[in-house]
Each structure stands twice: as C-alpha cells, then as structure tokens.
Design a protein around this ligand. Structure first.
Ligand code: PEP
Ligand code: MN
Length: 336
C-alpha cells in the first residue's frame, strides 16, 4: 500500500510513520515528489492494512496497490523516473539513443563506432564484452579486455558505457568499467542476479525476456528496486511468436502498456527484435511515435566482418541517415 502524506508533512512526521512501519516488520520506501511525499509500504498486507494510519494528521490517505509489483507501479510513484548518467538522460521528454556494436572486437572498432555514434547524436555507447551466445562454439566476447576497450571509447568520446553482465560473479568487474549494467533477455528472471544488481548503485538496463509477459518483466524490475536501486531502464527487445520472418516480434504495444503501469523509462531495441538491418530505422520511428524514451541499436564500422549480429547492424553511414530521420520526427513530436 501507499501512504500519501499531506503537503507540508515534516521530516519528523515521516520518521514517526517509518518507525511504526518498522515495528510491524514492514519496509518503507520514501518517494519525495515536488508537492507530496508518499511512503510505499511492503509487508504483511493484513497486518499493515489494519494500522490506523489515516488517524495521523500528516496522512492524507492510504491507498492499496492492487498490482503484484509495487515499487515499479504508477500507484506508488506517478512521476516518471528520469535516469541521469554522465551527460545522458533517459526518461523525462528526451528520446535517448544508445548505439554501438553487438560485441567488442578490438579497440579500433569500438573507438571508431563510438566516435560515429557521438557525432550523429547518440548519448550512450553500447558493446558486449560478455556475450550470451546460443552456441558455445560462437564468439563469447573478450571479457575484461573488452571492458577496458569500452573504457577507452568513453575516454575518447565522453559517452557513458552500457554493457551486459552475464553472470552474478561478473557484477564487480563489469561495474568497475561500465556506467549502465545490462541484463540480457536470457537473464531477465535470474532473480539472484537481479537482487545483487539492486544492491549496487549503477543504473540497470533490464531487457524483456523473450518469453516473458509485461507483468513478469515488471516483477523482475521490482526485484532490483526492492533492494534499493531505483535506476532501472526497461528495454523491449522482441518476443517469441510464430513469425519466422524476423528473429523475434517487436511488441510495440508494450511501450504504452508499460507507461500505463509504471513510472520507469522504457526503450526499444529493434536490432535484436528483428535481426534485420532494414527494419531498424522504421521501428525506431515506431518506438518514438509510441512514446518510448529511446532506442538501443547495433551499428558497426564493417557489419560484414562483425563477429556477432552483422546482419542486423547498421553501417555508420546508415546510422547517420537514421538519426537525421529521427530528428525530424522528434521535432514534430516535441521530443528532445
Ligand atoms: C545484446 O543486447 O547484446 C543482447 C544479447 O540482447 P538480448 O539479451 O536482447 O538478446
Ligand atoms: Mn547483438
């Protein structure tokens, strides 16, 4: 449930309520809005609902949260969450572009891609050093050497780095280099990893599992927020359907659905959703029109030689062209 405080409630009022909640074994998550503070309460529902919170002068009302997810819900926090990392902003009226190759292959490749990404207007750079590959015989990524190359690309361009954490044992090393930790589709329900990511303070980009409902995805985000990390960016990357023309099927409807239910920012990854380079720009436009907070796309200085996901990677030139088109549409829609 959520305890909505009156305007003008003091810090002492908040502390008093938090102490009472702790006494009955409930967790209190405080969210300070521009005008009002709300306390999100997680605990034994029966016990908490019996408490006479409405009798306190500082309390305006007590609202039960009906959804299974609590901290990620709009009932808990109506104001959209804005995540700031380096000079980039995700959420809050900006359409943010994250671009880069599928995987880090060598320093020259990532630095060239990062420069092109920055010049064309991307504000974050992506690249995988730990790769979740379907086949154990495919390129698995360069590991920590790859992370160091991403750090070089950041030095060159100033773009913050988004990169995947494949295993709970790698959280420490990946956080030493990365600015945003990506959870891949295959790990969306790795609950122990989600919990540990919730205990550290870097933002987490949480991809939707390829067979997960929106509700399961929001429950996964709840695991992270529950531990204290409020910086979650959701990423729609396509789901499994009977369609074989594309790698997955982009569920564009998840964008407004998530916006209805959650305050968290949501971005779209049309590269992994389709696996087809030609479909990336049209679906970025669809994401922008549907109200997404940004996109993440794969681009490569030489897609034909890419060690991973070449067929869906834009060329640097293709990326620039797409960015020009997106700028026109963003202006029209009043997005930055
Ligand atoms: C990726 O972004 O590099 C990736 C592997 O994506 P996904 O987890 O969505 O398949
Ligand atoms: Mn990829």
């Amino acid at each position: 449930m959520v305890i909505v405080l009156r305007e003008g409630a003091t810090e002492e009022d908040i502390e008093e309520l938090v102490a009472i909640l702790h006494e009955v074994g409930a967790e209190a998550h405080i969210s300070r809005g521009e005008f009002r503070t709300v306390i999100g309460v997680i605990g034994d529902r029966e016990r908490v609902m019996q408490m006479p919170f409405e009798a306190y002068a500082a309390v305006e009302k007590v609202v039960p949260i009906m959804k299974p997810y609590k901290l990620v819900s709009r009932e808990f926090k109506d104001e959209p969450t804005v995540i700031r990392v380096g000079g980039a902003e995700i959420g809050g009226g900006t359409f943010t572009i994250i671009a880069g190759p599928c995987s880090v292959e060598n320093e020259g490749q990532v630095v060239e891609a990062a420069r092109a990404a920055k010049e064309a207007g991307a504000t974050l750079f992506r690249g995988g050093a730990f790769k979740p590959r379907t086949s154990p015989y495919s390129f698995q990524g360069l590991g920590e050497d790859g992370l160091a190359m991403l750090a070089r690309a950041r030095e060159e361009t100033g773009l913050p780095i988004v990169t995947e954490v494949l295993d709970v044992r790698d959280i420490e090393v990946v956080s030493r280099y990365a600015d945003v930790l990506q959870v891949g589709a295959r790990n969306m329900q790795n609950f122990l990893m989600l919990r540990d990511l919730g205990l550290q303070d870097k933002p987490v980009l949480l991809k939707r599992g390829m067979s997960s409902t929106v509700e399961e995805w929001l429950m996964a985000a709840e695991y992270i927020l529950k531990e204290g990390n409020k910086g979650v960016i959701l990423c729609e990357r396509g789901i499994r359907t009977f369609e074989t023309g594309t790698r997955n099927t982009l569920d564009i409807s998840s964008v407004p659905t998530v916006k209805n239910y959650s305050h968290l920012p949501i971005i779209v990854d049309p590269s992994h959703a389709t696996g087809v380079r030609e479909l990336v720009a049209p679906l970025c436009k669809a994401a922008l029109a549907a109200g997404a907070d940004g996109v993440m796309v794969e681009m490569h200085p030489n897609p034909r030689e890419a060690l991973c996901d070449g067929p869906q990677s834009l060329t640097l030139e293709g990326f620039r062209t797409m960015m020009d088109e997106l700028k026109g549409l963003a202006d029209f829609l009043g997005k930055k």
